[in-house]
Design a protein around this ligand. Structure first.
Ligand code: TXA
Ligand code: MG
Length: 319
């Protein structure tokens, strides 16, 4: 199959109506989208990504009004969605039976999101069904933030990629649910914990602990990983370069020990927003270099920095 990259929502809609898959832009990362009401299409999403069936998918709609057709949403999460949708927020809610069990890997709750991208919102409005869309990367690899990234990895498996340019948030959505009446964050992401706490004027619980237990979906310890050996840059900055060809990803300053060509800086102006935009491209760039080991520097652990550090830590995790 030869993939086509274009900006026609009509072409994308035709493929989706026929049960096919399309790469779609969102503000977070590109998604691999298909009809969320059709079990065969959902199966093909899992197969195309080589994703285990225990890792559930997010369902995308163009509005909160549409989302409530598919799930019973807790009033607290309705308030949150009203404030932050369209945006990098995914909420967990009781799945209605119209949504196939495969979407939620058999769990009673499903994940829902209204993405903030003009083309994708237009596409969703053309369709009579919502779109299931995991990130458009092979399972476990770095998420795509440009149409080109999707083509590089899934280009021989899908017919069309809707090109919406570079994703302006650059890391996945924040996943929020309710546990014992308390707002709980299951994945840090493009909407910061501080923004959510500020909105409610109360503390939220963060429950993003890693697990290799298939019963704890999507929280696998190793994820977002380049193919090379990945390590966290130690606090003392010292890298052993005697036996190793090394590349580094730095927050704002180049690493003095490493040649400039092998130094990738996320944000010279120390902006966490810019750092999250460039994170996954930086990882891809390093993965393509003629080196053996990649060192990743953690960023300040506040705001978007928490989500960036989560991705860095998982990228560097052992299997
Ligand atoms: O920003 C995003 O959320 C992107 C764009 C494309 O919307 N999508 C995305 O999907 O990151 P994916 O499939 O790469 O990650 C989905 C994660 C799962 O790994 C799991 O952690 C969580 O969402 N999830 C989905 N459904 C769930 C459920 N029913 N219960 C608990 N966690 C769920
Ligand atoms: Mg993913």
């Amino acid at each position: 199959m030869m993939v086509k990259i274009g900006t026609s929502v009509y072409e994308a809609a035709e493929i989706l109506k026929n049960g096919g898959l399309v790469g779609i832009p969102t503000e977070t990362v590109y998604g691999l989208a298909g009809n969320a009401l059709d079990s065969n299409t959902i199966l093909s999403i899992f197969e195309t990504k080589n994703r285990p069936k225990f890792d559930p998918l997010i369902v995308h709609t163009y509005s909160l009004e549409k989302a409530v057709e598919y799930a019973d949403i807790h009033p607290k999460l309705i308030n949150l969605a009203e404030k932050f949708w369209p945006g990098p927020l995914t909420i967990l809610a009781s799945k209605k039976s119209i949504i196939p069990d495969l979407i939620s890997s058999g769990l009673p709750q499903m994940a829902l999101r209204v993405p903030n991208n003009g083309l994708t919102l237009e596409l969703l409005r053309l369709l009579e069904f919502p779109l299931a869309a995991p990130s458009a990367n092979p399972f476990g690899y770095i998420s795509p933030t440009q149409a080109q990234h999707v083509e590089d990895q899934l280009g021989d498996k899908i017919p069309y990629i809707l090109d919406g340019g570079s994703c302006h948030v650059g890391i996945e959505s924040t996943i929020v649910g309710i546990e014992n009446d308390t707002l709980t964050i299951y994945r840090t992401g493009g909407l910061s914990v501080e923004e959510i706490e500020g909105f409610y004027n109360e503390k939220v619980v963060i429950n993003t602990h890693s697990s290799s237990d298939p019963l704890a979906p999507g929280m696998l310890k190793k994820h977002y990983s380049p193919n090379k050996t990945v390590k966290i840059l130690p606090n003392n900055y010292i890298i052993d370069t005697s036996t190793n060809r090394v590349g580094v990803m730095m927050f704002s300053d180049v690493h003095p020990q490493i040649a400039n060509d092998f130094n990738v800086v996320l944000s010279h102006s120390k902006s966490l927003m810019e750092a999250s935009q460039s994170l996954f491209s930086a990882l891809r760039e390093l993965d393509a270099m003629d080196i053996d080991t990649i060192y990743l520097q953690l960023v300040p652990n506040v705001g978007l920095g928490r989500a960036i550090n989560d991705r860095i830590t998982r990228a560097a995790a052992e299997d």
